[in-house]
Write a protein that binds this ligand. Structure first.
Ligand code: SAH
Length: 288
């Protein structure tokens, strides 16, 4: 077992802090935040409880422009400081990291991205929902509805609605849920499609609203959900599924299903007797 490399001087770490619960920081995120000389965090979304008692200087990026932010990071990096740029969830998802990375590259400042738990998956966890239910849906879409940022051609919710029963995880869209429902119905999703809205997932202020495409807008309006909420849409969000024993079950653990690591109990139902894999799409050496 080798120890992880120490935080490097003069380098910017773009770190995902997860959805809010301090225990959902990765060990790596925790270690880097603790070791940093300078922490720049997205104060509108990342709770400052993550930074209590740390040794470094802590600054909220809320009031800064991109140039201010990068300017501060570049200046400190050149002084040999260790920098933690802390984002909510995972930095790769609506994290506005691409433009920071491009500027750091241009300035010749080394950088590294540390992943975090994105809020779509935190919301799924608090709902107790599997987003990929066999023979119902095997696809997850991470998207949003157009706000001030327009959607590129072909990515409107009407287009995404046509992806079968795919579970849609919509960021930045809770205040526009009426439009979301309208567009998904126009794209062919039934009005009875289950929808869940999770606000402040994993934080003490967490709230869960459930409904359908027909009802969710009024639920959200009545509950006055405004900030920091995820909208999840699709039949996989049906809360009744937890009572359906014996339906939509993965073949992986089925008693009559053989695979490389287990022989069927009765009448081996593998497609490939020569060398069955758990999933034909996986290379043979990788169990799920
Ligand atoms: N990088 C972040 C997303 C930033 S965009 C991530 O990976 O989660 C901001 C959007 O993320 C919000 O509009 C909301 O849709 C979602 N979000 C962030 N934190 C959340 C939380 N704790 N609960 C629910 N949604 C959250």
């Amino acid at each position: 077992m080798t120890l992880p490399p120490p935080m490097e001087a003069g380098k910017v770490y773009l770190i995902g802090a997860g959805p809010g619960d301090p225990e959902l920081l990765t060990l790596k995120a925790r270690r880097l935040i603790d070791a940093a000389d300078y922490v720049l965090y997205t104060g509108s979304l990342v709770p400052d409880v993550h930074f209590v008692g740390i040794r470094g200087e802590v600054e909220d990026s809320k009031g800064l422009t991109l140039d201010d932010m990068v300017g501060r990071m570049v200046e400190r990096a050149r002084q040999g400081q260790r920098i933690a740029r802390v984002h909510t969830g995972d930095p790769a998802v609506y994290g506005a990291t691409h433009e920071q990375i491009a500027r750091l590259e241009a300035a010749g400042v080394p950088w590294e991205v540390v992943p975090g738990v994105t809020s779509a998956l935190a919301a799924a966890a608090v709902l107790g929902a599997e987003l990929t239910i066999p023979e119902m849906t095997q696809t997850i879409v991470l998207s949003r509805t157009a706000g001030r940022t327009p959607m590129p051609p072909g990515e409107d919710l009407q287009d995404l609605a046509r992806l079968g029963n795919a579970t849609l995880c919509l960021y930045l869209s809770a205040t526009l849920v009426e439009k979301v429902a309208r567009e998904l119905i126009a794209g062919g999703r039934p009005a009875s499609t289950p929808v869940a809205v999770v606000q402040h997932a994993t934080l003490p202020t967490q709230r869960i609203l459930r409904g359908t495409l027909a009802t969710i807008a009024s639920e959200v309006r009545t509950a006055r959900v405004r900030d920091q909420a995820m909208v999840l849409v699709g039949p996989a969000l049906d809360p009744e599924l937890r009572h359906h024993v014996g339906q939509h079950e993965s073949r992986l653990y089925a008693a009559d299903f053989s695979h490389r690591f287990r022989r069927a109990e009765r009448g081996g139902g593998s497609d490939d007797p020569a060398g069955p894999d758990i999933d034909a799409t996986l290379p043979p050496s990788e169990p799920t």
